[in-house]
Design a binder for this molecule. Structure first.
Ligand SMILES: *Cc1c(COP(=O)(O)O)cnc(C)c1O
Length: 247
């Protein structure tokens, strides 16, 4: 039986290999441990093995785990679909949100972010390939959304997140991720405009790549990979990537 510590180590090794192959700096890519549907005890095991950042999809489940693990120094990232009535608790209890895809949600997070906390770090979720997905802004709407979010004082726009349609076709994985990267580079280039609040240094995050496709994502420029099942094993219940709606 492999332990969580061993799996984390194996994944870090694969991340380093992908970084080298892509000619990228070592440790440029952060590993976000996606712990939805996993019990607090497993997160604790991962944290004690050195894992510091965890991603959760469901608010109530995440709040329960945060309470269980409050003795640990964990950075929490929210990565699931966001409903309006969840924005206050998300703004209060997370460091990052990867899944902002409309202005109304960004404005509510901004309004609810407590003044004693640093700005909430956000990524815009873009929909590059998944026709059926309800999550993610369409590429043609990205620019306007990014500019509006950049004006919100309690949010810091860090970059883009995407969940391309899953596929075993490695070259298709690359094409999908490279599309996200192009959008990101375009946005960064526009940040050179002096009248804009964007700065090139401000946008530094591409959140893409999961257990089955993270090497391709790293080759195409991912700076955060979101990995669940390869660390924790299969999820106990029928949790999918894009998830049911929370009550
Ligand atoms: C579940 C999930 C992941 C991790 O998926 P795995 O295939 O288990 O690595 C990553 N990102 C999001 C948004 C998810 O919902």
């Amino acid at each position: 039986m492999t332990t969580i510590a061993e799996r984390l180590q194996a994944i870090q090794a694969r991340i380093h290999t992908a970084e080298s192959v892509a000619g990228r700096r070592q440790n440029e890519v952060r590993l976000l441990a996606v712990s939805k549907a996993q019990p607090s005890a497993l997160l604790r095991e991962a944290a004690l093995a050195g894992q510091q950042i965890f991603g959760e999809n469901y608010l109530q489940e995440a709040l329960d785990k945060q309470a269980d693990l409050s003795d640990l120094n964990i950075e929490w990232h929210f990565i699931g679909p966001i409903q309006s009535n969840k924005t206050q608790a998300i703004a209060q209890n997370f460091s990052w949100v990867h899944s902002v895809d409309r202005l109304k949600i960004a404005e509510r997070l901004n309004a609810a972010r407590p003044g004693n906390l640093p700005p909430l770090q956000v990524c815009i979720q873009v929909n590059v390939s998944n026709e059926d997905s309800k999550s993610g802004v369409w590429p043609q709407e990205l620019n306007a959304l990014a500019r509006a979010i950049a004006e919100l004082p309690n949010l810091t726009l860090r970059g883009l997140m995407a969940i391309p349609a899953p596929t075993d076709d490695i070259s298709l994985q690359h094409r999908q991720f490279s599309k996200v990267r192009e959008l990101y580079e375009t946005l960064r280039a526009q940040g050179l405009d002096e009248s804009s609040k964007f700065t090139v240094s401000g946008l530094d995050t591409l959140s893409m790549g999961m257990s089955e496709d993270f090497s391709a994502a790293i080759a195409e420029g991912a700076t955060i990979v979101r990995i669940g099942s390869a660390i924790f094993g299969a999820r106990p219940r029928n949790f999918t990537t894009e998830n049911k709606t929370e009550k």
